[in-house]
Design a protein around this ligand. Sequence first.
Ligand SMILES: CC1=C(CCC(=O)O)c2cc3nc(cc4[nH]c(cc5[nH]c(cc1n2)c(C)c5CCC(=O)O)c(CCC(=O)O)c4C)C(CCC(=O)O)=C3C
Ligand SMILES: [Fe+2]
Length: 410
Amino acid sequence: MTDTSMITNGQVLAATPAAASGPEHVETPTAYDAILLAGFGGPEGQDDVIPFLRNVTRGRGIPDERLEEVAHHYRHFGGVSPINAQNRALKAALEAELASRGIDMPVLWGNRNWAPYLEEAFTEAADKGYTKLVAIATSAYSSFSSCRQYREDYARVLNETGLIDTIQIDKIRQFFDHPGFVRPFIDGVRDGMARAIAENEGLDVATELQVLFSTHSIPSTDAAKSGPDYRGFDEHGAYEAQHLAVGEVVLDQAWAELLEQPEHAHLRGTSKPGWKLVYQSRSGPPTQPWLEPDINDYMNEDLKGGPTRAVLIVPLGFVSDHMEVMWDLDEEATETAGELGFWSLRTQTPGIDPAYVSGLVDLVLERVNGTPKAERPHMTDIGPWYDVCRPGCCENVRAGFKPAAAGVAP
Ligand SMILES: CC1=C(CCC(=O)O)c2cc3nc(cc4[nH]c(cc5[nH]c(cc1n2)c(C)c5CCC(=O)O)c(CCC(=O)O)c4C)C(CCC(=O)O)=C3C
Ligand SMILES: [Fe+2]
């Protein structure tokens, strides 16, 4: 029997030994009233850009030059981030998938940084009498920005709206290694390798093609605190370990599927391309260490002058083609590759790929059914990740402690 008293909505409870050692995977069924799709949010016109950036960076010490630079990325696209349209499409796709499986669960959508805000979603839930929500945050990995910040915002908004004691919110596990999330990357890398071969005559895949798995850089202090301490990850924490593990699986599986194709049979027995986990979209003051290498620096410093002729740019850290993908990869990294004379291709994000959408519904059903850990699909050795975030998980040592929902207190 699961002790649900240890699952808190962000009230600061005394950390008892029992709370700290509660189950990681909830293996008892829970009847949820609705799904909360929790997004980042983005501006939808030029007038939204600065207020949106103020929301994102509130109290965070991002230098003005960086804000201006980022504002320029949005301005370049008419002040419209693609992210809200992508979440509208994801919501519709989830609703269609639920309906096709005969599951009667409404999907509420709320963002952390722009309308429709989480406030609206929680208020709607309360108006409709929903008291148990399961959250899908549009973010696959463990770190402050990709997990805990969503949980802190649930707690903050539930407190601000006075709903903290009315609505219980849980979350699906971080899904970095769930087959539904991983499948679109495998497809993209397999088809991208085939295109690299087709479009670069005489390409020696083993030495001349590089696969660059790119994700959002985060401050090194955040990386160190990502995931729980007791898992024994190295100084870059669960965040980097998860990406490395998924990148390896994606390339191995994509390579195996490529070799199954008759037209690529001649590659059997040869080596797969080289690969590297690289980072992008760094902000913060230059004095603050962030995860490296930057994707552009890696190409300019490590690949330049070597045998590389072609690069696949794989947005492994991103669930959809939002601004960091459209600007930092499709504009900047693509330009860097071009300057170095490399053929390049940016592969797809999950978006509303049917595998991803049905995987998210499977993840919700895991919580509804209390699926035993042993039966939960996962593609790396460090998964399946846990349902209930652990004490201290993904803390932000820069901003200090804030209560967070959907986890074990504190
Ligand atoms: C790990 C991670 C994800 C992935 C997880 C997830 O998906 O949630 C992510 C997503 C996103 N980040 C986004 C936008 C921004 N992020 C910023 C700032 C920051 N992100 C950080 C990390 C992450 N961010 C960090 C450590 C900072 C520094 C501030 C701090 O110390 O916490 C800033 C401020 C300017 C700047 O610093 O660049 C902006 C505008 C958008 C919307 C894009 C669109 O509009 O399409 C999305 C999806
Ligand atoms: Fe960000």
